[in-house]
Design a protein around this ligand. Sequence first.
Ligand SMILES: C[S@@+](CC[C@H](N)C(=O)[O-])C[C@H]1O[C@@H](n2cnc3c(N)ncnc32)[C@H](O)[C@@H]1O
Length: 247
Amino acid sequence: MKIEEYLESLPQNIISGDDVQLPDKSFREIFNFVGLGQNDIFYHLGCGDGKGVKIAVEEFNVKKGVGIDNDEQKINLAKNTSGKFLCEDVKNADFSDATVILFWFTDEKIIAPIMEKFENLKPGIRIVTIWGPLPNCLPEKTNFPYIINTVPFKKANSLQEQLLAVFGVKCVDFVTAWEFAERYTKAIGDPNVNNDRFLTIIQTLVIWINAKNLGVACREEVPESIQTYIDIMKMHFDIDFQHLLKD
Ligand SMILES: C[S@@+](CC[C@H](N)C(=O)[O-])C[C@H]1O[C@@H](n2cnc3c(N)ncnc32)[C@H](O)[C@@H]1O
């Protein structure tokens, strides 16, 4: 089965990210990294059950903590915790008084319209994204997979420049792909999961193959370790990656 078919067989609310909730330790890492404090007005866009806002208010003493989500059930749940919660589409939301925003979306239909709003925020406002910076932007600071984008955004001239800023490398080889796949799984995964290697392998293959197809892999040839993992996934799990490799 192709990797796409495997992913489709998983629960769609998880794959879409809609029911993915960051663990408490990830929120604390993010808030320490961005230096969240008592002078901040914090917004969590797509706040889910409101845990992030609660931690921002109760542990980081922000002046104001606001959570926005378009899922009424989640917002009703969040309203039992500290902070202010609004049930609305993030695309229509007013967060113009924010000093720090947490934004973890991958859906282009959300990212494109919200970029315009982000660009009009006051200079110095920090937007934390996870995994990648805002489109075509260079991050202010990176602690992968957490990324701080600061208004006004610095534009990236090329994918290589963006890659260098995020991964600290000029091209992606097996080691980089593995290291960053592992960091990502550990950062946002459940701390009690011990064996997340399967996920790390999938993630590593996806990172390296995407890098190759985008022309930012270190070598044109498939590294031996990548080919070995492609073969293992096919042989032991019947999950096929080979077709993703463009000539
Ligand atoms: C981590 S976010 C990202 C999910 C999103 N599908 C994506 O990757 O682009 C998940 C949270 O955002 C909420 N959400 C999804 N779309 C939204 C929207 N347009 N406005 C407000 N909240 C949204 C979900 O209810 C969920 O609690």
